[in-house]
Design a protein around this ligand. Sequence first.
Ligand code: ADP
Ligand code: ZN
Length: 439
Amino acid sequence: MEGEFWNPEMELLSREEIGDLQLKRLREVLERCRRSPFWKEWFREAGFDPEKVSSLADLRALPFMDKETLRGGDPRRFLVVDQEDIVRVHASSGTTGQSTVVFHTARDIETWAELVARCMYMTGVRRYDVFQNMMGYGLFTGGLGFHYGAERIGAMVIPAGSGNSKRQIQLMRDFRTTVVHIIPSYALYLLEVFREMGLDPRRDTDLRMAFIGAEPHTESLRRRLEEAYGIKAYNSYGLSEMNGPGVAFECPFQEGMHVWEDNFLLEVVDPRTLEPVPDGEEGELVFTSLNREGMPLLRYRTHDLSAVYPEPCRCGRAHRRIARIKGRTDDMFIVKGVNIFPMQVERVLLGILGVGSNYRIVLETVESRDEMRVQVEVAGDLWHGEVRELERLRRRIVEELRQEILITPLVELVEPGSLPAGEGKAVRVGGTREHVRGD
Ligand code: ADP
Ligand code: ZN
């Protein structure tokens, strides 16, 4: 195949070479951290001697860190370079509370752009492509992160940013956009807007590819987007604490996302015991940045649930793959004693013909009992059809959900386009119940 590797030297490392490079880079990172007051204290408290690290497993002597660690106090304490060397600041979107801040040096921005270019090139983005970046610009990493990667490849970038749906569609048509970067729930919603405008993305655009990420979504959602837009949609995973996009990405085989292990050391742990889980088993992803100059992070708990695919990938890359993210550990909610993840509900809903572009889970306390109500938008043609048909659809949804989540939810069918659709990450669960989370 013609030039499918952006950086063959890194992408084609063997398992052994990856391990060697990781250890070498880890030692360099520790050496740099050692000079900062924060890390010096962190190491001292853990009784950890960075000079004695002779294997990757030695890192396990360090405690984990997470958003809470980053939130308390001045974020500049995590810098291991002079503040003058910082050229950019980003922040997380704040899905679970106060956003966390990350600083980058010029070299960090360079490394990040290279990683995103590697991801995009792997799926087939080339110089001749027109790339419309429909993610929020500004502090959120999805905008500038992809922007720099796409420019590096030499594609033409439309820095559209998020929202303003009709204009997005207009831009796609005016500039003959071939590739988009878009939040999956928004991509689904945008189909409604195409419909309202009397347009069909398959016929009326030149789209051939989409990168979808920033929020959990199911295989059913991906398939819907691929069919409705007539494109290939690739799953893109990242978090601002590890730059942003470019941490893990699907290759053309679309079977799990390759983690770029030359840059990120991956551990998967049981979120309760914090012990490592074997490949193939579900656990929480923990990353150590191996190639960040300004603000390295060691053993950072993402709270994202996934699993490593044990088998090597057919594409020839030995960088391990992770499964689609099931959700964050705190996405789980409990109804009538049953643990439920929003993605279980999505998987069922989007597998049913007649279900439209949006849904919402509402948790309430009714007469001191937990109730779960699922509001489901109906597909456009069905909404104007027969009531009997709608009732049949409703019952089918109740029954299929019951099989999946083992309790019987209330299901309410609503008009297409009537549920709130944000421009950012979708909020799937709401309601008046006090304790929505599983704690
Ligand atoms: P926040 O944690 O405030 O949302 P970020 O903007 O840095 O901050 O987003 C990173 C998080 O977004 C990840 O930790 C993960 O929970 C979620 N995420 C990013 N990409 C994906 C993806 N492809 N699939 C599922 N979840 C994702
Ligand atoms: Zn692959």
